[in-house]
Ligand binder design. Structure first.
Ligand code: NI
Length: 266
């Protein structure tokens, strides 16, 4: 059962200004320990079930689609399709509220979720990228991601790292990890990691980042799993006259068709 306690959290003007300037923000808490425990149960069930695998909603983000080996960075998309009660949680409600504040809009903001699991000892890195590279090329985006760990997130277990101010630059060229278009995970080159700011967090804390902020998480070299639940908050968008080029997504679709893997690319 979902814990019923209400947890209030607000951002002050300084935090909002920090996000505007830097493209990210870290807060100590977005929900309660009790709710984190409930979320962990749901999280583990989704990964045990490989929820939505036949629809392309479960796959290893850092290895070729449909590979049979050890999974190094499995991901579940749309966990709230399986468990709609996730939308009633304090985590979801607070993410939507704070996300709306940071997007600076009075219009309706929606949220969609995904979960990324970094197994203990061999969980792969998520290389430097901008989320926009994955997203809808038909519109000018107005989105940010809210990243919450359900386990202790340290540099060694794979906490978020950001390049401050990178959200003010254009979308970069991206390519698939290992240059393999059957690997969904994307990366971009020539990022200076000495400029990175790491944001360690305890379970139930959260970071926010803009759709263009460069970010990274290291391989998990610890003995504990690192479970992360991400909500993407999207405000109103404007249609582009011409879709933005996404050659890496085109390559992926072609490679999947060639390999006879019949899934949507989300
Ligand atoms: Ni990302």
């Amino acid at each position: 059962m979902r814990p019923k306690a209400t947890f209030h959290v607000d951002l002050d003007l300084e935090q909002i200004a920090f996000f505007r300037d830097n493209g990210f923000l870290s807060i100590e808490r977005i929900t309660t320990d009790e709710e984190v425990e409930w979320l962990k149960e749901i999280y583990d069930r989704l990964f045990d079930q490989r929820a939505g695998e036949d629809k392309g909603l479960y796959y290893d983000l850092a290895a070729p689609r449909a590979h049979k080996g050890r999974e190094v960075l499995p991901q579940v998309l749309g966990p709230d399709f399986t468990f709609p009660e996730l939308r009633e949680s304090q985590h979801y409600q607070n993410a939507l509220k704070l996300g709306t504040q940071l997007l600076g809009t009075d219009e309706k903001v929606t949220a969609g979720g995904h979960m990324i699991f970094k197994p203990a000892e061999y969980g792969a890195e998520t290389p430097w990228h901008q989320d926009e590279a994955y997203w809808n090329p038909d519109v000018y985006l107005n989105s940010l991601s809210v990243w919450m760990p359900l386990d202790e997130a340290t540099v060694e277990s794979g906490c978020m790292q950001f390049i401050p101010g990178s959200h003010k630059k254009d979308l970069r060229w991206h390519r698939h990890i290992d240059n393999d278009p059957l690997i969904h995970g994307l990366m971009t080159d020539d990022v200076d990691p000495s400029k990175a700011v790491a944001c360690p967090l305890s379970p139930g804390g959260a970071t926010f980042h803009h759709s263009r902020t460069l970010h990274y998480t290291a391989p998990n070299t610890t003995e504990e799993h690192r479970r992360a639940y991400i909500l993407v908050c999207s405000g109103p968008t404007r249609k582009r006259e011409v879709p933005a080029p996404r050659p890496w997504t085109d390559e992926e679709r072609e490679a999947l068709a060639k390999a006879n893997i019949d899934v949507e690319v989300f």
